[in-house]
Write a protein that binds this ligand. Structure first.
Ligand code: ACM
Ligand code: ZN
Length: 706
């Protein structure tokens, strides 16, 4: 008994040691374990050549991170060494921007801890690794030499659709810094609200930052779409005052996080057009409301490009933004401009004429107007002493001279950007849009749709194979984007961010060849989730993760397997899945309509196909699974009809169903089809699923015949 106990103790100590070594997240570039351990006492002697504010900052971090009182002494050396480390690849090779030094060396012996770095930021990251290694007041002896793979490691938080204020943002900054994330991009303006106090344009927040309806479906999708003035009792919303921003910036600076402000233009700007209709095309006020009562977002989403007042407004706004935010870059949005009003607006069209713009094979007149707009805005940003970054639509019609691009519609925009010698940040939707569900949707709060579990985020490699080394060096890094249409509460918001942002931290920091297997990462993530919970945050409960739809893992065998499908109405060219073999390949879809197994239908009545079973066959079941996901406009069919034929000419109706399809029906999956007591003989089966009045997409993954 005794021997067994001792053996178990040794094994568990060994595992404990191994666990400690593996416990840093993001995993360091190199780590060696040594003998013994360092003990952190109630006080810790610290010696450093760091001075001033940065010294105060690092001492505060130590007292917090190790729960100890810092005194003078040589137990912990923080050594700023101007010769240490090499700059981030991007900075040097591209010759753009200042060199960035974030690396550090951490040496822990039983007697002392030494952290060496070229910058305070490097020392800060060395400290974060030390904090993660520490357990119950001891730190295992080790040597770590570490630096990030990418200089940009971030999160975008949409503060417009739902408001997330100062305290929430500060709480995330505290946690982000622990994982060596260094950018927080705040999407401050959009149709749903302008969320940044403006001295020159106070009406923007006074009139658009509040609404009575908090639920996105009711407010936006079902077109309530009214703002109420600040001070209206019971209203939801808010905005960041300049003092709030100053507080956020101070905390961010202490945590080496850059706040990247985004002011959206030329599209997604209905809230601006509501308050200042003269900035929209045609200069036509279309408000139903008045400043005393509720206002309705202007139906124009875009600034008028032909109106000089547009550029005056933008310059004034950006001047206030750069006066407030020290970020080297200013994000100007640029995505999803509708451009439709530009086509007929006399001012926009006159501007196009004046500029000599004519339609080109690669760019319409409106694309080129967008390019003109973005290039003018870049000049404003540069005049204000900053650099411009925008979503990948800013490539359309020609990229502004010094712009950096955030690639969100997949990686194509990022690839095009770096191939033209510009910098890019990768934020592709299918890996980094954390507004998608991270687990089985029926067990999650409503999200916009899709399925992006932690494993998928972790699998991302930001350097596409098609890039040369020089091109790859222009990929600055990665960012997860959290749009908040369906994120109403701080708790939900935290669950969407964490733990997926942990995967982003490791994708952005750790050399690709050192990234562990997903199960190994998940073990570390579980530990960090527990810490986040202990700190009062509300991460997704990873240990109870359900995983993908069971059917996804279990191919179905049935009579139509591998049989030819004829489409009487084509499937959507955007959601082709496996093309014509999709509906009879035996493979079922998962939680996401974008996983390559769900075929989308948007044309005519929607699904209308015939399956050829090749010979007369006894059939007693015909059914197909459909997905209902209201966020992205995916609905169940309103009408089903199944017919059979022996000769392919004469058909008999087998089944029909009127289904009360509704936009209100929550996310679910349903089989639609026929099951008979007796079989029928059929060679051809025609399956129709009609959308009726509801419209939207239909998605199905397999037509199962038994
Ligand atoms: C975006 O998701 N519209 C950038
Ligand atoms: Zn116009």
């Amino acid at each position: 008994m005794k021997r067994l106990f001792r053996y178990l103790l040794c094994v568990s100590l060994a595992l404990y040691g191994a666990g400690l070594q593996a416990q840093i997240l993001p995993k360091p570039a190199s780590q060696q374990q040594a003998e013994g351990q360092f003990t952190v006492g109630k006080t810790l002697g610290v010696k450093t050549n760091v001075k001033g504010v940065e010294k105060t900052r690092l001492i505060a971090a130590i007292e917090n991170g190790l729960q100890t009182q810092v005194t003078n002494g040589a137990e912990l050396l923080l050594n700023l060494d101007k010769k240490f480390g090499k700059p981030s690849l991007t900075a040097d090779k591209a010759g753009a921007g200042d060199a960035v030094y974030e690396g550090y060396e951490l040496v822990v012996t039983p007697k002392k801890v030494t952290i060496t770095a070229r910058t305070g930021q490097g020392l800060f990251y060395g400290l974060q690794s030390l904090f993660q290694l520490q357990q119950n007041g001891t730190v295992p002896a080790t040597k770590i030499v570490d630096e990030p793979r990418f200089r940009y490691r971030g999160l975008m938080l949409d503060c417009s659709r739902h408001f997330f204020g100062k305290d929430f943002i500060i709480r995330q900054i505290h946690e982000m810094a622990k994982y060596k994330l260094n950018r927080l991009h705040l999407h401050l303006t959009d149709a749903a609200a302008w969320r940044l106090e403006m001295d020159q344009y106070p009406e923007l927040t006074k009139q658009t930052a509040f609404r009575m309806e908090n639920d996105w479906t009711k407010w936006w999708v079902n077109r309530d779409r009214r703002y109420v003035p600040e001070g209206t009792p019971g209203a939801f919303g808010g905005y960041l005052t300049k003092n709030d921003v100053r507080e956020i910036l101070a905390v961010a600076a202490d945590h080496y996080i850059t706040i990247l402000p985004e002011i959206e233009m030329p599209g997604h700007s209905e809230e601006v057009m509501t308050v200042y209709p003269e900035l929209a095309c045609g200069w036509a006020p279309v408000n139903e409301g008045t400043v005393q009562g509720p206002m309705v977002p202007n139906r124009h989403s875009d600034f008028c490009v032909g109106n000089e007042k547009t550029f005056e407004f933008i310059e004034n706004v950006l001047k206030e933004v750069v006066d407030l935010f020290p970020s080297e870059y200013i994000h100007i949005g640029g995505d999803e401009a509708g451009k439709w009003a530009w086509k007929t607006c006399p001012h926009c069209q006159a501007k196009a004429k004046e500029l000599g713009i004519v339609a080109r094979p690669d760019a319409s007149v409106e694309d080129q107007l967008q390019s003109y707009f973005i290039q003018r805005v870049e000049k404003i940003v540069e005049k204000l002493g900053r650099k411009m970054i925008g979503w990948d639509e800013i490539l359309e019609g020609g990229l502004a001279e010094n712009a950096t691009v955030m690639s969100w519609r997949g990686e194509a925009g990022g690839i095009k950007t770096v191939k033209s010698g510009h910098h890019a940040v990768m934020t592709p939707g299918s890996y980094l849009y954390i507004d998608s569900y991270q687990d089985a949707p029926q067990y999650q709060l409503e999200a916009i749709g899709g399925y992006l579990p932690l494993e998928r985020v972790y699998s991302y490699n930001p350097i596409p194979d098609s890039l040369t080394v020089a091109e790859a060096s222009l990929i600055d890094g990665v960012q997860a984007n959290l749009w908040t249409e369906y994120v109403k509460t701080p708790e939900h918001c935290e669950a969407m961010i964490w733990p997926r942002l942990l995967a982003v931290a490791e994708v952005g920091w750790t050399p690709q060849e050192l990234r562990g297997s997903y199960p190994e990462f998940k073990e570390r993530a579980l530990t960090e989730v527990a810490k986040l919970e202990a700190n009062g945050l509300h991460p997704f409960k990873l240990k109870y993760e359900f995983g993908n739809r069971r059917e996804y893992y279990e191919p179905v065998k049935h009579l139509a397997l591998g049989k030819k499908v004829t489409y009487h109405v084509p499937y959507s060219s955007s959601y082709v899945a496996a093309g014509e073999s999709t509906l009879t390949d035996g493979l079922c879809g998962g939680w996401s309509y974008g996983d390559g197994r769900w075929q989308g239908f948007i044309n005519k009545g929607r699904v209308d196909v015939t399956i050829d079973l090749e010979q007369p066959t006894d059939v007693h079941e015909v059914y197909a699974m459909f997905m209902q996901m209201p966020g992205p406009d995916i609905y169940h069919p309103a009408f089903i009809q199944i017919e059979t034929s022996l000769d392919g000419v004469n058909y008999q109706e087998l089944y029909q169903l009127d289904y009360p399809a509704s936009k209100e029906e929550p996310y679910n999956f349903k089989y639609f089809g026929w099951k008979g007591d007796k079989s029928v003989k059929a060679r051809y089966i025609r399956y129709k699923a009609n959308c009726g009045k509801i419209g939207g997409f239909q998605f199905t993954d397999e037509i199962i015949v038994k």
